[in-house]
Design a binder for this molecule. Structure first.
Ligand code: ADP
Ligand code: SF4
Ligand code: MG
Length: 325
């Protein structure tokens, strides 16, 4: 469905280009959910915006390939890309209020999406809107369609955004922290809804979050980002039960309920992308670092079935040495 290879997106700042997304590769199969996880500033949203080709200057895609259903998105014209956005790939943002227009009713906004992409006619659009709102479990859908965004709760607004995202029957949804702004009970309902819609409609889902608990619940595979790179990537069970990168282990150890507050188990702070440490970008914070970590950028090593980690601990011992494997 989606195949991202060596994607690199930089911001050209006065002090020089900074690599917000650095040689990132992953793919998502039809009907599959990939979780993209990492601390704030690790490059998750820029990855999403790159796929949608919505990165604004001074940002630019500097390299790599993005294939969607066999088409190279980076070589489409802007008008071809507009037809892909919304209709084939839909984006759900963290903050529903900014994604909705305050001066139109939510029903009118969903109708507009359907009409623009010719997924409904003037005659049947009203019924389609109500059906879509019902499909995202909005109670009294016909009545709610006449509400303005500010008249709805945060959870209802997120449902409306999901309805809009699904309106054109996309085959891929990118959800960027879709529940971060919501309280915990509503979060669970929205995630449950997303998962149910994803399964029923056989959608591919790229779910971006800083919360490994959410990943554990709904992703099939997970990619862990640190300072613009994917440092570990594999099936959810393998990565969560047998993490092979020290950063992933740190993230897991700092999950609530596993001792300690969130992220506090990892000492130090995320480095500034303009001044990345040489070698492995995680080395100043890494409890397991080796001497080589300060100079060698780790490649992605295979650590299990479809499971990779960018960490020198997994490097093959040099030929002729008797190092244990
Ligand atoms: N508009 C921008 N101008 C300059 N740098 C940016 C801009 N947007 C993002 N960045 C850089 O890209 C990095 C990754 O951002 P982002 O993808 O939004 O992180 P997150 O993982 O929290 O979604 C940021 O730390 C920042 O250095
Ligand atoms: S490469 Fe070295 S510093 Fe980086 S995560 Fe692995 S052990 Fe730690
Ligand atoms: Mg983000």
């Amino acid at each position: 469905m989606l195949d991202v290879a060596h994607l690199t997106t930089v911001f050209d700042l006065p002090a020089g280009p900074i690599p917000a997304v650095n040689d990132v590769s992953f793919s998502i199969a039809p009907g599959e959910t990939l979780g993209l996880v990492g601390e704030s500033g690790s490059g998750k949203s820029v990855t999403a915006m790159s796929i949608m080709r919505l990165v604004q200057p001074p940002g630019r895609i500097a390299g790599g390939r993005i294939a969607f259903r066999g088409r190279d998105l980076l070589s489409l014209t802007e008008s071809e890309m507009r037809a892909v956005r919304g209709a084939e790939i839909a984006l759900i943002f963290q903050e529903p209020m900014t994604a909705l227009n305050p001066v139109f009713t939510v029903g009118d906004q969903i109708a507009e999406t359907l009409l623009v992409h010719r997924r409904a006619t003037k005659a049947d659009v009203g019924g389609r809107v109500v059906a879509l709102l019902e499909s995202v479990r909005v109670a009294n859908a016909a009545l709610r369609a006449g509400d303005y965004p500010h008249q709805l709760s945060g959870g209802q607004r997120q449902r409306v955004l999901i309805a809009m995202a699904l309106a054109c029957r996309p085959s891929l949804i990118i959800a960027d922290e879709p529940t971060t702004a919501l309280d915990v009970t509503i979060q669970a309902e929205i995630l449950d809804l997303l998962r149910e819609r994803q399964r029923t409609l056989q959608l591919s889902l790229l779910l971006i979050t800083h919360d490994l608990g959410i990943i554990a619940e709904i992703a099939d595979r997970v990619a862990v980002m640190y300072a613009g790179r994917i440092v570990e990537h594999g099936p959810v069970r393998a990565v969560l039960r047998h993490p092979q990168h020290p950063y992933t282990r740190g993230l897991l150890a700092s999950m609530p309920g596993r001792g300690g507050g969130r992220l506090q188990a990892i000492e130090g702070v995320v480095p500034s992308l303009g001044a990345l440490p040489a070698g492995c970008a995680f080395h100043p914070r890494c409890p397991d670092r080796l001497a080589a970590c300060a100079t060698i950028v780790p490649a992605a090593f295979t650590v299990g079935p479809s499971h990779e980690a960018r960490c020198l601990l997994h490097r093959e011992p040099p030929a002729g040495s008797h190092g244990a494997r």
